[in-house]
Write a protein that binds this ligand. Structure first.
Ligand code: P6P
Length: 327
């Protein structure tokens, strides 16, 4: 029995060609998004097979979970570097798994710079918890040199962002200015189909997502913010950034990973976690801040720098920041 009726909704490639090619600022963006979708479909298969591979020991490099995770982190990084490079539109890639800048090309058609966390939360694979891939996309201006500086553009210069959540279904969210669209992978056709058009974060905040185990490490004002949230919202925390953000994007919520006196910049990365999700949150009517400023206004100093991150429902983010900054 075929569980899935053929959808009448557009597949990603048709949507992208129709929606984005009309705007010259998005010239070739559909090829970059298609490269992300191709890599995601490949990684989705590997992630689903990983534990099974461990169980049946199909090859040495997956015989212990620790090596499965490392294998999948590297496999995801390699897959997306390959598909993005072959798109013919990407000049440079920054990647959580790669220390330096991946310089792809500096021709006139290499119009985009992509920063990515290819497989975020991979330590959750061995307990079958959702994980994700995150992408920030910037324009490379005509004639602009392609070098390490290519990876230090502030988030407010992003032209698009995307993430893929590998959960009970595999969903790819793509945002450009004033547009957030969701596509679900059809396991039979291996195509992403439009299933969540014109996403907006619901006005009503339903939950907060934070690691309450860190509470005692937090400074007084951040503890006050946590106590305020406890009194108003349910706690929903997967421990996988993309899964927590995706639920909050669809259902309304706020995610916090603040700094603390020992780690003032928190845990999450600015360029390929906070900036892309901050871009998506803002295009969906939400907000994204560090502990003091709009995430996308931070001038990067290093491609792997960390930042505190508070993002989701705009009003609740602003209220939370106000409490955190009350000395
Ligand atoms: P903690 C996963 O390791 C990750 O980088 C994010 O996906 C997630 O939001 C965060 O760390 C969870 O961190 O300290 O709560 O386990």
């Amino acid at each position: 029995m075929t569980l899935i009726k053929p959808s009448k909704n557009p597949i990603l490639s048709n949507y992208a060609a129709d929606a984005w090619s009309a705007d010259s600022r998005h010239d070739g963006l559909d090829s970059v998004i298609a490269a992300i979708a191709d890599g995601a479909a490949l990684i989705e298969e590997k992630v689903r097979a990983a534990t099974l591979a461990d169980a049946i020991g199909t090859s040495d490099e997956v015989n212990v979970q620790g090596e499965i995770v490392q294998y999948l982190d590297t496999a995801a990084s390699d897959a997306f570097v390959d598909t993005l490079s072959r798109s013919g539109r990407v000049a440079a890639i920054g990647c959580e798994e790669i220390e330096g800048t991946v310089v792809v090309g500096d021709g006139p058609q290499h119009n985009y710079i992509v920063q990515m966390d290819p497989l975020d939360g991979s330590s959750n694979i061995d307990v079958a918890v959702s994980i994700g891939s995150i992408f920030g996309i910037w324009r490379r201006e005509d004639g602009e040199a392609v070098n390490d500086a290519s990876l230090l553009k502030p988030g407010n210069q992003q032209i698009a962002a995307a993430y893929v959540v590998y959960g009970s279904s595999t969903v790819m969210i793509v945002a450009v200015e004033n547009s957030v669209q969701g596509f679900t992978l059809d396991p039979e056709t291996r195509q992403f189909v439009l299933t969540h058009p014109d996403l907006r974060i619901p006005e009503k905040c339903s939950c907060y997502s934070a690691n309450e185990g860190n509470f005692d490490k937090l400074d007084d004002s951040t503890q006050k913010a946590f106590i305020e949230l406890r009194g108003k919202y349910s706690l929903r925390y997967v421990g996988s950034l993309v899964a927590d953000f995706h639920r909050n994007l669809l259902k309304g919520g706020i995610f916090l990973y603040p700094g603390d006196p020992k780690s003032p910049n928190g845990k999450l990365r600015l360029m390929y976690e906070a900036n892309p999700l901050g871009f998506i949150a803002e295009q969906a009517g939400g907000a994204a801040y560090s502990d003091s400023q709009r995430i996308m206004d931070i001038q990067p100093e290093h491609p792997h720098q960390r930042t505190p991150l508070i993002l989701g429902n705009r009003d609740v983010v602003k209220q939370t920041i106000a409490i955190i900054n009350k000395a």
